[in-house]
Design a protein around this ligand. Structure first.
Ligand code: AHM
Ligand code: MG
Length: 336
């Protein structure tokens, strides 16, 4: 069959057996995410048409205003995963605590937990700019048939069994990995089917794009300032191009295709940066590494970090391997 005619459903079935621990459970989970993605996509595309824009009046645990669509996306993903009874626990960027599913049911033999950022970059919704969903899947570490505990969620990123994102962009794409490369599927909205459009996605080894909120420049550590100046210098293939959407999923997606680095450093006003290790950085790091890229906190590999809390933040440098290494080099030099 022509690769481009392959649907996500077919791809999941074909690749089920190549997954080391496959029992069909992970395939069902990806299928549930695929379904929720279509529902959320439908809602996102209606934004502006009906009164679903604006803040919902609540604030999330980080003290930020919640957009109505954040709430809706959160509900849809959680409901879909719960209804299909395929996971034993869920943690969401929009929920204060993790959710245990059928926690007192010994019949619940499900072994996977899911962490999700249901609608990332949501400040972009009001202005019709791309947003995304990020997900991350782990095998629980506590015994099946017992309630999940915080230990199941605070695992280092290298334990992930799957991760991915949906980008609600000019077209809607679902991009994911189960540890065997990264594949991208584009939604045909007319028939509601995802097709394999980007098989085996790879970060170019280096690139010409740097993505950072330069408005925070004055607050960045010296090493990051030095690296930004390096990106702007005229020498060899530099100066690089600056591109920053302010939607991690979209900035990452573009950089993976074209070659580039995304940075959200720590600063004098945010000691650990802004992004969340569990909901944003780990899944993107897994995808990056599976696509020959790198992800670092400026010094160490993101996926090596042992999380200490659900909503922990971490500085994030992610993208083409050579560019991430160069940023790390500048950061290390400035600390000497
Ligand atoms: P969110 O989870 O509240 O949407 O925040 C995450 C987003 C990322 O998608 C984006 O890269 C970053 O925040 C932009 O932050 P800033 O506006 O500080 O540059
Ligand atoms: Mg987010």
């Amino acid at each position: 069959m022509d690769k481009k005619n392959k649907t996500l459903g077919e791809f999941i079935i074909e690749n089920q057996s190549s997954f080391q621990y496959s029992s069909g459970e992970l395939s069902k989970l990806i299928n549930a995410i695929r379904l929720a993605a279509k529902v959320v996509n439908h809602e996102v595309n209606k934004a502006g048409l009906i009164d679903i824009l604006g803040t919902a009046g609540d604030t999330n645990i980080q003290g930020e205003d919640q957009q109505k669509l954040d709430v809706l996306a959160n509900e849809k993903f959680i409901q879909t995963l719960k209804n299909r009874e395929i996971v034993c626990g869920i943690a969401s960027e929009e929920e204060d605590d993790f959710i245990s599913i059928n926690s007192n049911d010994e019949q619940n033999q499900n072994k996977y937990i899911v962490l999700i950022d249901p609608l990332d970059g949501s400040s972009n919704i009001d202005v019709n700019v791309s947003v995304g969903t990020i997900f991350s899947v782990y095998r629980r570490v506590t015994p099946v048939g017992t309630p999940v505990t915080i230990e199941d969620f605070l695992q280092p990123g290298e334990n992930q069994v799957a991760a991915g994102y949906i980008v609600y962009g000019t077209s809607t794409m679902l991009v994911y990995t189960t540890g065997d490369g990264v594949n991208g599927f584009t939604l045909n909205p007319a028939i509601g089917t995802f097709y394999l459009s980007h098989p085996n996605m790879q970060f170019p080894e280096t690139g010409k794009i740097y993505s950072v909120n330069e408005g925070n420049y004055i607050h960045f550590p010296q090493g990051v300032k030095d690296y930004i100046k390096y990106c702007q210098q005229e020498e060899g293939d530099r100066p690089y191009t600056s591109r920053y959407i302010g939607s991690l999923v979209s900035d990452f997606h573009r950089n993976m295709i074209k070659g580039g680095i995304y940075m959200y450093p720590k600063s004098s006003i945010a000691s650990d940066g802004k992004l969340r290790l569990l909901y944003e950085c780990n899944p993107m790091a897994f995808l990056a590494e599976q696509a020959n890229g790198k992800a670092s906190d400026g010094r160490s590999r993101i996926m090596k970090l042992k999380p200490t809390e659900l909503h922990q933040r971490v500085p994030f440098f992610c993208g083409s391997a050579k560019m991430v290494e160069k940023a790390e080099e500048f950061i290390a030099k400035a600390l000497k």
